[in-house]
Design a protein around this ligand. Structure first.
Ligand code: ATP
Length: 358
C-alpha cells in the first residue's frame, strides 16, 4: 500500500476477557508525523501498536487510512514496517541479505533489489558490515539492520515498540538521534512506543500519554512537559513533588495551597473552589534552594545527591512535607535552608476522590 494523507483511529478498543487493555483511542496521525505512545508498564501502548499493525483484532472502533477502512485487513496488506526490541534478524543471513529479504519476497527485479538494499545500508551507515552475520554485530548495529530492513520497503507507516530498550545508555542516546535523523531524511510516518519520557520528548512531534488503557493527553513535547492535563501525566513527566492538599483560596486560575506552615501560589489546572481536595505538582527543577535569609519556605536538608552541574536535594519542611529540590550551591545534609518555588510552576489539579490521590 502506498503513502497516505492521514491515518485515523476512531474509538479503538481492545478487551481481553472483561478487562479493557485499550479503550476509546481517538487519534489522527498526519503523514510524516512522529508520534510517541508513552505511559507506564501495562497502560496499553503495545496493545495500541499491535492493533495498528493488525497483529491484534480490535474489539471496538475502526482504523482508517484516508477514506479506506483498514482494521479488517491482515498485517501484510497494511504495508507497515515494524521494528521491535528483539531485532528478530535472520541469524544465518548476512546484513545485506537480511535487508534485501523483503524486497526479494516481493519478486522485484535483481537490479532494483541491489540498488535499494545499497541505499538502505548506506542510510544506516553499515557499509563496512554488509557481509557480516547478525551475531558478529553490536546491539546498536543489529538494531540499525532491523531499522533498515523495515524501511527499505518504503512502508507508509513504521511501527516501533521500545526498539532501544535492550541497548546500553550511550547507544540509546546515539540511536535516538539516528532514528530521528532517518525519520527526517525519509519523511517516514512513525509510531513509536516507549515508557521513557525523555526518549519520547526528544524524538516525537506529538506524544500520546496513556494510563490504564486510556489516553490522558495528546500534545507536543512542550505542551505535555509544561502543561500536563492531569496530575497522573504530571507524575509521569517528572513532576516529582505531588502534594495532596486542600485549596486555601481560589481566584480564577490563581490558587493558594498550604505548604510548610504557610501558603504558596499555584495555577489551577481545572475548575476549583476553596476547600477542594487537590493535588499540587511541581518539578524539582522549579524548587530552588536559597540562603537562609531569603524569604521562602523553611526547611532542613535531608538528602543530597550529586547530579553533574546541580545537586538534587530532598528538604523536610516545618510541616513535615518533603520536597525534591535542585541547587547549584554546595549544601550538606542537616543544613537549614529556605526554598522558593519558581512563580507559575506549581500546578494545582482537581482530585477525583480519595482513590485519586498520590
Ligand atoms: P509494557 O510497557 O509493560 O509492554 P504496555 O503499556 O505496552 O506495557 P500492554 O502490553 O498493551 O501494555 O498491556 C495492557 C494491558 O493488557 C495489561 O494489563 C496487560 O496485562 C493486558 N494484556 C495484554 N495482552 C494481553 C493478552 N494477550 N491477554 C490478556 N491480557 C493482556
Amino acid at each position: 500500500m502506498s503513502g497516505f494523507g492521514q491515518l485515523r483511529l476512531d474509538g479503538v478498543g481492545r478487551r481481553f476477557g472483561t478487562a479493557d487493555a485499550l479503550a476509546d483511542l481517538d487519534l489522527t496521525i498526519e503523514r510524516g508525523e512522529f508520534i510517541a505512545l508513552l505511559g507506564p508498564s501495562g497502560c496499553g501502548k503495545s496493545t495500541a501498536l499491535n492493533c495498528l499493525a493488525g497483529l491484534l483484532p480490535l474489539t471496538a472502533g475502526s482504523i482508517w487510512q484516508d477514506d479506506q477502512r483498514i482494521d479488517t485487513l491482515p498485517p501484510e496488506k497494511r504495508g507497515f514496517g515494524m521494528v521491535f526490541q528483539n531485532y528478530a534478524l535472520f541469524p544465518h543471513l548476512t546484513v545485506r541479505d537480511n535487508i534485501a529479504f523483503g524486497l526479494r519476497m516481493r519478486r522485484l527485479p535483481k537490479e532494483e533489489v541491489r540498488r535499494r538494499t545499497d541505499a538502505a545500508i548506506d542510510m544506516v551507515r553499515l557499509e563496512e558490515h554488509a557481509g557480516k552475520l547478525p551475531g558478529q554485530l553490536s546491539g546498536g548495529q543489529q538494531q540499525r539492520v532491523a531499522i533498515a530492513r523495515a524501511t527499505v520497503l518504503e512502508p507508509s507507516l513504521v511501527l516501533m515498540d521500545e526498539p532501544l530498550s535492550n541497548l546500553d545508555a550511550k547507544l540509546r542516546l546515539e540511536m535516538r538521534t539516528e532514528i530521528r535523523r532517518l525519520h527526517q531524511s525519509l519523511g517516514l510516518t512513525t509510531v513509536y512506543v516507549t515508557h521513557d519520557q525523555e526518549e519520547a520528548l526528544s524524538m516525537a512531534d506529538r506524544l500520546v500519554v496513556m494510563r490504564l488503557g486510556r489516553v490522558q493527553q495528546i500534545g507536543t513535547p512542550e505542551e505535555v512537559h509544561t502543561r500536563p492535563t492531569t496530575w497522573h501525566v504530571a507524575d509521569f513527566m517528572g513532576y516529582r513533588n505531588l502534594l495532596p492538599v486542600s485549596a486555601s483560596q481560589v481566584d480564577g486560575d490563581a490558587v493558594t495551597v498550604p505548604l510548610g506552615g504557610t501558603t504558596v501560589n499555584g495555577v489551577a489546572q481545572g475548575p476549583l473552589a476553596a476547600g477542594d481536595e487537590v493535588v499540587a505538582a511541581v518539578r524539582p527543577e522549579d524548587v530552588r534552594l536559597g540562603n537562609e535569609d531569603v524569604t521562602g519556605l523553611k526547611g532542613r536538608v535531608e538528602v543530597v545527591e550529586y547530579q553533574g552541574r546541580e545537586l538534587a536535594v530532598e528538604v523536610a519542611l516545618e510541616d513535615g512535607v518533603r520536597l525534591h529540590a535542585r541547587t547549584d550551591r554546595k549544601v550538606e545534609a542537616g543544613e537549614h535552608v529556605t526554598i522558593t518555588v519558581t512563580p507559575g510552576r506549581l500546578l494545582v489539579y482537581p482530585s477525583e476522590g480519595p482513590a485519586d490521590r498520590p
